[in-house]
Design a protein around this ligand. Structure first.
Ligand code: PLP
Length: 390
């Protein structure tokens, strides 16, 4: 329940007593960190995603880093990605000592353009630089042009790491090349508070990520301590790994969330359909593309600047004052001081990203929104726009 009935938060998790009881069971079991409950969450995610391997991690950021590392991305490499994303997508490239090679998004969506990926690959031919991977982001749940991206990856021998932070476990991966990473962060489709899951059909990458997510130890703690007689203190360190495992306390929440995922998904689709209908006819607003959206994680509206006397920022301020939680997806990374100064990037370098950023705002979309709240969001957005029509 939202304690402040005047304010509709931008995001709110859907929890019931089931999640509470699942956590209590783990607390009372005596085993808190990664163990049988996490293994169950992994098995269920692998099944829901129809993949060979699902590896639980403590965030999508960790999972993306593991995926790049397992793909052999190293110091000085270039990794193609989009500026229209959260910094996690690009910072993990820097964790590997590699550099992001940003390419602009499509005209008709918020996603990286496969055509621009190919242009970047072609223009770097013979330059001596090593482009080793591409990280597409499925913004708001809308799937990128995966066939074209995979074809380019095949041609140029690139690893494909899909940032699926906005997706929920579902059968999306085909083939052996891609590694897809889900986020279970507090605002995401299903949540464990903090957490994530890496899925792949690639046996070799899965083996490497499994080892690297837990210190580079060749056996996990669970294997070492679980059974009388079979437990052994001995282990080897085969690489300088990371501490990226997901504890059972959080996995317990994930299992319950995964069981409800389809139901929650259906509700998001319903809300999106209501928004599409309410805003679709307005000449002051552009609704997000509905095609190929696998999760409806975000509902990103855009203003038509020539129809309004106010800017996107002023509109966001007015909506927030009226008690609607609003977010902006995204302030592109090339406008952030770290990336702009590190790589000498200017706002106009990625015109589509800049245009979308200046006009976009995201409204609440989550299963626990009530019909009254949905009506209030719709009328507040429409009324505020009408009052400020040019
Ligand atoms: C597109 C995108 N990628 C990656 C992440 C990182 O997810 P996490 O918080 O689970 O590390 C986020 C989180 O907001 C995101 O939106």
């Amino acid at each position: 329940m939202n304690p402040n009935t005047d304010f509709i938060p931008f995001a709110r998790p859907s929890f019931s007593e089931d999640e509470e009881n699942a956590v209590l069971d783990v607390l009372r079991s005596g085993w808190l960190t990664t163990g049988a409950v996490t293994a169950k969450l992994e098995a269920k995610t692998a099944e829901a995603s129809d993949v060979k391997h699902a590896l639980a991690v403590n965030s999508a950021t960790s999972g993306l880093h593991l995926a790049l590392e397992a793909s052999g991305v190293g110091a000085g490499d270039l990794v193609i990605t989009t500026p229209y994303t959260f910094t996690a997508t690009a910072e993990i490239i820097r964790y590997c000592g590699a550099h992001p090679l940003f390419v602009d998004i499509e005209k008709d969506s918020f996603n990286i353009s496969a055509e621009n990926i190919l242009k970047a690959l072609e223009s770097h031919k013979g330059s001596g630089s090593r482009i080793t991977a591409v990280i597409p982001v499925h913004v708001g749940g809308q799937l990128c042009g995966r066939d074209a991206i995979e074809a380019a990856a095949e041609e140029y021998n690139l690893a494909v790491i899909e940032d699926g932070a906005h997706l929920q476990p579902s059968p999306l991966l085909t083939g052996n090349r891609s590694i897809l990473v889900y986020s279970f962060y507090a605002t995401k489709c299903i949540t464990t508070g903090e957490g994530g899951m890496v899925v792949t059909n690639n046996d070799e990458a899965a083996q490497r990520m499994k080892m690297m997510r837990f210190h580079g130890i060749n056996r996990e703690a669970w294997d070492r301590y679980r059974k009388k007689g079979t437990s052994s203190w001995e282990y080897d360190i085969t690489a300088a790994g990371f501490k990226y495992n997901l504890p059972d306390i959080l996995s317990a929440v994930g299992i319950v969330q995964l069981e409800k995922a389809e139901q929650m998904q259906a509700r998001r689709q319903e809300i999106a359909a209501q928004y599409d209908e309410a805003f679709g006819d307005s000449d002051m607003l552009v609704i997000p593309p509905a095609a190929n959206n696998a999760s409806r994680h975000l509902y990103i509206l855009r203003i038509q600047p020539e129809k309004l006397v106010i800017s996107r920022d002023e509109l966001v301020h007015m909506l927030s004052e009226a008690g609607i939680g609003i977010s902006v997806h995204y302030k592109p990374l090339h406008l952030m001081s770290y990336y702009s100064s590190m790589y000498g990037l200017k706002p106009e370098d990625f015109p589509e990203s800049l245009k979308k950023y200046r006009t976009s705002f995201s409204i609440p979309i989550y299963p626990d929104l009530t019909e009254t709240e949905i009506s209030r969001i719709i009328s507040t957005v429409l009324d505020t726009c009408k009052q400020n029509r040019r």
